[in-house]
Design a protein around this ligand. Structure first.
Ligand code: SDX
Length: 393
């Protein structure tokens, strides 16, 4: 159960909390969901099994997994009237903006009572884990002016999503098992990460008893930033820039080290991991495996490996404990799947949805306090009095 440490009365309840969902040891590069090492889950599990684990605290048995999977499929459709909302977005709207808006608007189409009984609460959570995928795919189809492809009861979670993204009445889209597996693993690796920026937004918004759709939308909006979930898109843009310049990245690395430059080595560094981000290690191996199985090579992957090699022998990065994070290789997998770069952070949001909702439920059933007022030290002007405009300099 989570409980909030209350500092001295002056500050009320801060944002520090206990949680039983995810454990990270940044020094040792350890990440566990409900006690299970991320490497074992990435290797052996499937995303919906991990979503069940995060939300329920235990891995499902076969009956529970079948029920969960069937429920996800049956709740994958969204209200037909929501399509009018899609038509209202101007062409070129960023899919993360559409996603945040449409998820928040679910409260209009599926109004919730103030208090949810446990069965309704879990069903709303399952609906969101399922429908975020449909809204994401519909946003993409709208952005390219193609007809929407509806979810199908014949397809499982990731296959359904890829089919909604890429199938078309006039195009035979064949699902590739290696791509399906790679996207499934991508979602597992993004499913939760303790009290990161967007999860903290979810807990804070949820603590005011805002409805769960507004809370999920708050998480999506926080994730959008280039220093958080938007980094995967920035990494690919950085690699494309280096590739176009015909370099191996040495020049870019020098820019990233330059205090006067705004460039950063995107996908490097982490607030917590001062060692390797275990997710980056898994993703790098998955890139290797995927490209060799597909019999393709991606020059950007070669540049990424070269950048890592140069950075990890450079004192600037070593002394600041800057290592590849989850975003450094993840975009290459999405690129291999044909996912457009402006959808990368959307895939991150789909992966993170079960983690956000697990934290929302944990916070909701913990000591219900409003998370407010992180510590502030006032450094502004001392007391002063109003001056009429004529008296001002
Ligand atoms: C995610 O919290 C989470 O768990 C997030 C996440 C999740 O799953 O939810 O893991 C997902 O957000 C991963 C991070 C994705 N962001 C990026 O890859 C953007 C690039 N990285 C940086 O912006 C930065 O590393 C942060 C924001 C991720 C972490 O910053 P820190 O640890 O607070 O480090 P800092 O900003 O205080 O910088 C410390 C020093 C500075 O140099 P000095 O002032 O000491 O000279 O390191 C430098 C920084 O300039 N630095 C970098 C750098 N990151 C930090 N220099 C070049 N390139 C970088 N990427």
């Amino acid at each position: 159960q989570s409980s909030y440490v209350t500092l001295d009365e002056g500050y009320g309840n801060t944002a520090s909390c206990e949680s039983a969902i995810t454990y990270i040891d940044g020094e040792k590069g350890v990440l566990r969901y409900r006690g299970y090492p991320i490497e074992e889950l990435a290797e052996n599990s499937r995303f919906i099994e991990v979503a069940y684990l995060l939300l329920n605290g235990e891995l499902p048995n076969s009956r529970q997994l079948l029920e969960f999977s069937t429920n996800l499929n049956e709740s994958s459709i969204i209200h037909e009237d929501m399509h009018h909302f899609f038509n209202g977005f101007p062409r070129g709207s960023h899919p993360m903006g559409i996603l945040a808006t449409m998820v928040a608007s679910l409260s209009t189409f599926y109004p919730l009572p103030d208090r949810l009984d446990s069965a309704t609460e879990m069903q709303v959570v399952i609906n969101l884990v399922s429908q975020v995928r449909t809204i994401a795919a519909f946003s993409y189809k709208k952005s390219i002016g193609e007809p929407l492809i509806y979810p199908s009861y014949k397809l499982k979670y990731v296959r359904n999503f890829l089919n909604m993204m890429f199938s078309s009445p006039v195009r035979d889209y064949q699902l590739d098992d290696d791509i399906v597996r790679a996207i499934d693993m991508f979602l597992i690796l993004h499913a939760d990460h303790e009290q990161n920026c967007s999860t903290s937004s979810v807990r804070t918004a949820g603590s005011s008893m805002a409805n769960v759709y507004a809370v999920a939308s708050a998480g999506i909006s926080s994730l959008w930033g280039p220093r958080h979930g938007g980094a995967n898109q920035q990494v690919i843009q950085m690699l494309e820039q280096i590739h176009a310049a015909g370099g191996d990245g040495t020049e870019f690395i020098n820019q990233a080290k330059d205090k006067n430059s705004t460039s950063r080595l995107m996908g490097f560094g982490h607030r917590v991991y001062k060692n390797f981000d275990p997710r980056a290690m898994v993703l790098k191996k998955q890139c290797d495996k995927l490209f060799s199985k597909m019999g393709v090579s991606d020059p950007l992957f070669d540049i990424a490996k070269k950048l890592e090699e140069i950075a990890l022998s450079d004192d600037y990065f070593i002394s600041r404990k800057l290592y590849p994070n989850v975003d450094f290789y993840s975009g290459l997998i999405l690129r291999a799947a044909g996912i457009p770069t402006n959808m990368f952070t959307v895939l991150f949001a789909i992966g993170r949805m079960p983690g956000w909702l697990a934290h929302w439920r944990e916070m909701l059933h913990g000591e219900q306090v409003v998370i407010t007022r992180p510590r502030q030290i006032y450094v502004g002007e001392p007391l002063r009095h109003y001056q009429n405009i004529e008296q001002r300099p």
